[in-house]
Design a protein around this ligand. Structure first.
Ligand code: C5P
Length: 221
């Protein structure tokens, strides 16, 4: 752990495909350097959960109401990671009014945090185009499906490797091919390919990238 100088103001955008390691990596950075952490996917998931509870019916007005009511505590529930919620979150994320309604929460989060990291799909391109550091995570589909399957097994979820792989391909397709705010690697984002990295190796790599980037801006930590 490091206690950064109080004068340091630093915002990190972490984007990438589903299950590429951006949440694990982002949480590690946040713990190590004392950054506030937001998984923007949880915002889409929360909306999807509320919509499911409303018999899958939704419109701009309802989504705005849900988005304006969200608190950080709402984003911590296991229910958000239910496969039905996961699937719907990726579908509603294609709608411009959904993205607009959830942008407000993310902008407020940044405004209120001296040190912040947000992970998602459009953070470096749309939410924080002026981030101090942009990271772009990727991982081969085979490897990330294996890792996700392990997590499901730990939670006693009965699902096959093929099913996990298919669901990830579908979600990545939705995110990269959509017209509005598709997942892209911005020109200045640092690529973090986690395919061949063990957890400790990824952590070390991230630590160095973040340290160097802060030193680049402030001359020290
Ligand atoms: O990252 P996570 O898997 O929790 O995100 C859930 C869904 O929300 C993704 O499949 C994606 O479609 C959507 N999402 C998005 N833009 C973000 C974060 C998530 O479209 N910034």
């Amino acid at each position: 752990m490091i206690k950064l100088n109080k004068k340091i103001k630093f915002h990190i955008a972490a984007d990438g495909t589903s299950a590429s390691g951006k949440t694990t990596g982002g949480k590690y950075i946040s713990k190590y350097f004392g950054f506030k952490f937001l998984s923007s996917g949880a915002l889409y998931r929360y909306c999807a959960l509320k919509i499911l509870k409303n018999n899958k019916k939704y419109n701009a007005e309802l989504v705005k109401k849900i988005a304006d009511s969200i608190t950080m505590n709402d984003l911590n529930h296991n229910q958000l990671y239910d496969p039905k919620v996961t699937q719907l979150s990726s579908i509603i994320a294609k709608k411009a009014y959904v993205r607009k309604a959830l942008k407000k929460f993310q902008i407020n989060f940044i405004k209120n945090s001296r040190l912040a990291i947000i992970e998602g799909r459009d953070i470096g391109s749309k939410i924080m185009p002026k981030a101090d550091l942009k990271l772009y995570f990727k991982c081969s589909i085979k490897e990330k499906a294996k890792r996700r399957l392990k997590e499901f097994k730990r939670l006693n979820k009965n699902i096959s490797l093929k099913q996990v792989e298919k669901a990830l391909i579908r979600r990545d397709g939705n995110d990269t091919k959509r017209k509005i705010s598709p997942l892209i690697k911005t020109k200045n984002a640092v690529l973090v390919d986690t395919t061949k990295l063990r957890l400790k190796e990824m952590e070390l790599k991230l630590l160095n990238i973040v340290k160097n980037s802060i030193i680049n801006k402030y001359g020290n930590l």
